[in-house]
Design a protein. Structure first.
Length: 257
């Protein structure tokens, strides 16, 4: 049975076509929640659309092809959400950790680009949908990282962007009492971005070694945090608003189901 537009729940997921974003999108769709998925690659979004077509779900997958830093792309996503149901959550997943560089060797252009993708884009996307989320008493789930508090070699800019995301999350919670905002560290997820990061930062595979006194745990598959993030987007407890949480904390156990 098709859902009426007014009763359809919609979530916007950035970086939706692969890794954590894809896993989150598929979990939400399996719960009959429509997803507006933003990604740069038309091919990977098309592949995801084909996978969604195999699901037994009344929900829609609404792809938006483009760069998350593009204001017109953000507006298209916000419009799709409004036109296809009630926006209940925004998952700011898109991000980059490349290129890695030390403070001494880094490029201002590279730093500016990383902040544009990891900080300004999710901040702008959030601003754009605040009116919809106020009305639905919705949620913003921001992808963060424990790197913000650990001085990894050549990761100064990436860590700084995640510190900024945590601050944005806390401030959004303070400014918008009807919106629940949470920043989450998704774990060491088996994605191309994670593998490249650890090879560059440590010269080791994440599953095999350690760097100094820092133990590097085995990687997990994207569906683990994808399920948790999807469930947070659906019904995170408002008591968590403003918090930075890690995917495997006991208080998130019920969201892993």
């Amino acid at each position: 049975m098709a859902l009426s537009s007014s009763s359809t729940k919609v979530v916007i997921v950035t970086g939706a076509s692969r890794g954590i974003g894809k896993a989150t999108s598929l979990h939400l769709l399996s719960k009959n929640v429509s997803v507006v998925g933003i990604a740069r690659s038309a091919d990977t979004l098309s592949t995801l659309s084909e996978e969604v077509a195999q699901l037994q779900t009344a929900a829609k997958f609404l792809p938006v092809v483009g760069d998350i830093t593009d204001q017109s792309v953000q507006q298209q996503a916000a419009d799709y959400a409004a036109q296809n149901g009630t926006l209940i959550a925004l998952v700011n997943n898109a991000g980059t950790n490349m290129p890695l560089a030390s403070i001494a060797t880094g490029s201002v252009d590279d730093w500016s680009n990383m902040f544009a993708v990891n900080v300004i884009a999710p901040l702008s996307m959030t601003q754009r949908v605040i009116p919809q989320l106020r009305q639905s008493k919705g949620r913003v789930i921001n992808l963060s990282s424990t790197v913000y508090k650990i001085p990894f070699k050549e990761a100064v800019c990436y860590g700084a962007t995640k510190a900024a995301i945590n601050y944005i999350t806390a401030t959004l919670a303070s400014e918008e009492p009807d919106i629940t905002a949470v920043a989450i560290h998704p774990g060491l997820v088996n994605t191309d971005m994670t593998r490249v990061f650890f090879y560059k930062a440590f010269g080791v595979e994440p599953s095999k070694s350690s760097a100094g006194d820092l133990s590097i745990p085995s990687m997990i598959e994207a569906d683990v945090p994808g399920r948790i993030i999807g469930n947070l987007a659906l019904h995170v407890d408002h008591e968590l608003t403003g918090a930075f949480v890690e995917y495997n904390e006991p208080k998130l156990a019920r969201y892993a189901e």
